[in-house]
Design a binder for this molecule. Structure first.
Ligand SMILES: Cc1cc2nc3c(=O)[nH]c(=O)nc-3n(C[C@H](O)[C@H](O)[C@H](O)COP(=O)(O)O)c2cc1C
Length: 390
């Protein structure tokens, strides 16, 4: 099976290349009756759009066009196809660079796998971060559908270039990061992150980032042991995002340095309900959601295309060469990457919610629709800026 699709019941297939005419996604398995508009999708796309300060200067409007599966503003049960045009394409840099692959990008592995003669070297082709427009568009549908269960997905930047936010971070902190340019989990870190980015840009360098995701209102019982455990599917969804090189659930890698007695967590009774006291394992135990918040982190590596000289090899002559990468690049992928991680999380959760029967697979009732619309409106209002940053 080729690898361009993800999900079993809620299934997305993305298509398009960075410098092709458009990027698109087909979303299959959306129940009929869900109200969905291009505005809903554009709203989510606005959080990953490039072209403003401290991001790639590629100026893309990222306006979604729904070309299938929606009639009179509601899903019909047919596959939903969404396309987003690439309007600011400049392939000239890549023509010059095609024989000297960027070491940290997908250039050389794509040549090894598909052959140089078949390789779309323009802007990273299919391996470009631009492909993730399709994921965020599909994520808008997933997020809206999750409103039926009152499940809300939010992400923020917890660390940039070694500066980490250590104070207790609440779900509200994470959600409100949508109103912040650098997506910092806490407002007061915005200035610090800005300075780090300014310095990196001045030096022609890039920085890595740690992204935290919190999901609130998670129903119990999501996950299909043993190979489709919720943690396994989430890890796959997130690790499939370009530039993500690490994933940890709950206390994650810290567990390696702990005793069982320190992190065994405890079951307690709160208001007549069984709960986990500390949620050390990020809301998933046995591969099944516990009903506690899902909490995980992922790491975005520093952008590999930088203006500082880097060593590579000319694939025609096998001579070692030093290159300075041109083109338009993000100094810190993690900031725009938050929207992509949120989208992949929502897609994974909605897939499991349909698989477990918590969200109907065929059609929503009018009552369901009213609930979804009401909660979605509130979710959108939380971001005061409404349209993301310009
Ligand atoms: C939103 C987003 C934007 C990205 N922008 C860039 C970029 O400007 N320059 C770059 O070299 N890589 C960028 N990347 C990362 C590359 O696509 C990625 O490093 C490459 O496909 C290799 O895959 P890997 O890092 O997962 O191994 C971006 C990724 C995302 C998610």
């Amino acid at each position: 099976m080729p690898g361009n699709s993800f999900g079993k019941m809620f299934r997305i297939t993305t298509f398009g290349e960075s410098h092709g005419p458009l990027i698109g996604v087909v979303v299959d398995g959306v129940p009929a009756g869900l109200p969905i508009s291009e505005d809903d999708i554009n709203f989510e796309l606005s959080f990953r759009r490039p072209g403003y300060a401290y991001t790639s200067p590629r100026r893309e409007q990222d306006r979604a066009k729904i070309v299938s599966g929606v009639f009179n503003g509601r899903t019909t049960g047919a596959p939903i196809a969404i396309v987003v045009e690439n309007t600011d394409v400049d392939s000239s840099y890549y023509e010059k660079m095609k024989y000297t692959p960027r070491p940290g990008h997908a250039d050389l592995p794509y040549i090894f796998r598909y052959g140089f003669e078949n390789w779309d070297y323009r802007g990273g082709g299919r391996a470009s971060g631009r492909e993730t427009v399709a994921r965020v568009a599909a994520g808008a549908i997933a997020k809206k559908l999750l409103m039926l269960l009152d499940t809300k997905v939010a992400g923020c930047v917890e660390a940039v270039d070694g500066t980490r936010i250590k104070e207790g971070i609440t779900f509200e902190d994470v959600l409100k990061s949508r109103c912040r340019r650098f997506r910092a989990c806490k407002e007061e870190y915005e200035v610090t992150f800005q300075k780090i980015l300014e310095e990196a840009i001045k030096e022609g360098d890039s920085v890595g980032a740690l992204v935290r995701v919190v999901v609130d209102g998670v129903p119990r019982g999501l996950g299909e042991p043993v190979f489709d455990k919720l943690k396994a599917d989430l890890a796959k969804a997130v690790m499939s995002i370009p530039a993500v090189i690490g994933f940890e659930l709950g206390i994650g890698f810290e567990a390696a340095y702990k005793r069982g007695s320190e992190v065994s967590d405890e079951l307690i009774v709160v208001n007549g309900d069984i709960r986990w006291r500390n949620n050390f394992y990020g809301g998933i135990v046995g591969g099944i959601s516990t009903g506690e918040q899902i909490v995980f982190r992922c790491v975005f590596k520093p952008t590999s295309s930088i203006r500082k000289p880097i060593k590579t090899v000319d694939i025609r002559t096998l001579e070692e060469k030093t290159i300075v990468v041109e083109g338009r690049h993000d100094p810190c992928i993690g900031i725009r990457g938050v929207a992509v991680v949120e989208a992949m999380t929502a897609i994974t959760l909605v897939d499991h919610a349909i698989r477990s029967g918590l969200i109907p697979s065929t059609r929503l009732s009018q009552k369901d629709v009213d609930v979804v619309e009401d909660r979605w409106k509130r979710y959108r209002e939380i971001c005061q800026h409404g349209e993301g940053y310009q």
